[in-house]
Design a protein around this ligand. Structure first.
Ligand code: PBG
Length: 334
């Protein structure tokens, strides 16, 4: 550490004097290149359904997807992430709808890629929770989520998504060994250039509630996901998860949730020097959004949290605020 002087010769406040100076001095800034926009999709026609637990966020039917993606492209948001609200009638114990080549996610992916080509990237979650009747990310047998059987299905799910045109396959399930198995299968099926974004560090968090509501798994989920998602008391274990996924072939690493885990984000970025994304999850979104609506928080609290991700080393941020914030960036309001 370099210490350059001492008070009264040194006054750190001098560098904070004016707005133009603070802009010059700033170490971290948000750009539209930092954002991934999550989009919830639903069966049907001409639908834009508000999600109660996530004010300002909607489920769109595929015919209205254009409206959202057009905006993302105008704002130059590099990638969207697709999440389906699956009709309960299509859910079962094994999540077989995940393997339907014509499911919502595949249809949306193909539509976006056909229409917009490489003007925007598409990322798809690999996990079974939107498709299972019990809301778990894998196959449930006698109260256990089976690892290896689930991985076999996730491999198929990944191939189907790649066939639909998905650019970035993002396993969010936390099964052991899935990155290696998926990489191998993608390569074998001529998808050598399809990327793997691993939700390598995903905690069994209390902040996913609104998302589970958004994809319709909340009321179905019995118990919790603690036998596969990480224990939030652990940080060394996060490093082991990341190391494993890099060895198995992950191109990008993700930390999730965001704010309660910026310590992990920073450590992972510093240790592994990998592209490291962070997911500002639904609970974080709703807390901030509600706080702002009730005037408990200032609108700029959103920016404050996003900058904390940049400071901690995030390469990109999945955020439900992506569109709003990118709008501000574009209008030079930040
Ligand atoms: C599914 C998945 C979850 C999220 C993204 N993918 C929920 C969960 O694991 O229960 C949460 C995202 C959010 O809360 O915004 N595996």
């Amino acid at each position: 550490m370099i210490i350059t002087g001492k008070y009264p010769n040194l006054r750190l406040r001098r560098n904070r004097k004016t707005e133009w100076l603070r802009r010059l001095i700033s170490e971290n800034n948000l750009s539209v290149n930092d954002f991934i926009l999550p989009i919830f999709i639903i069966e049907g026609k001409n639908k834009k359904i508000p999600i109660k637990s996530m004010p300002g966020i909607y489920r769109y039917s595929i015919d209205r997807l254009k409206q959202v993606v057009d905006k993302a492209i105008t704002l130059k948001i590099p990638m969207v992430a697709i999440f389906p609200y699956v009709n309960k009638k299509l859910k079962n114990n094994s999540g077989s709808e995940a393997l339907n080549k014509n499911n919502l996610v595949c249809k949306a992916t193909t539509l976006i890629k056909n229409k917009y080509k490489n003007n925007i990237g598409v990322m798809c979650d690999v996990a079974l929770d939107p498709y299972t009747i019990h809301g778990h990310d894998g196959i449930l047998e006698n109260g256990n989520v089976l690892n290896d059987k689930t991985v076999d299905i996730l491999v198929e799910q990944s191939i189907i998504q790649a066939q639909a045109g998905c650019d970035v396959i993002a396993p969010s399930d936390m099964m052991d060994g899935r990155i290696g198995s998926i990489r191998k299968a993608l390569d074998k099926n001529n998808f050598k250039n399809v990327q793997l974004l691993s939700y390598a560090v995903k905690y069994a968090s209390n902040f996913y509630g609104p998302f589970r509501d958004a994809v319709g798994s909340k009321n179905l989920l019995k118990s919790d996901k603690k036998t596969y998602q990480m224990d939030y008391r652990n940080s060394d274990e996060a490093l082991r998860e990341v190391a494993l996924d890099i060895k198995e072939g992950a191109d990008i690493i993700m930390i999730k949730p965001g704010l309660p885990y910026i310590d992990i984000l920073k450590e992972v970025r510093n240790k592994f020097k990998m592209p490291t994304f962070v997911y500002q999850v639904s609970g974080e979104y709703s807390l901030l959004k509600n706080g702002i609506q009730k005037k408990i928080l200032a609108e700029n609290s959103i920016i404050e949290t996003l900058i904390s991700f940049k400071r901690s080393g995030a390469t990109a941020i999945i955020s439900y605020f992506a569109e709003d914030v990118c709008n501000k960036i574009k209008k030079n309001l930040l």
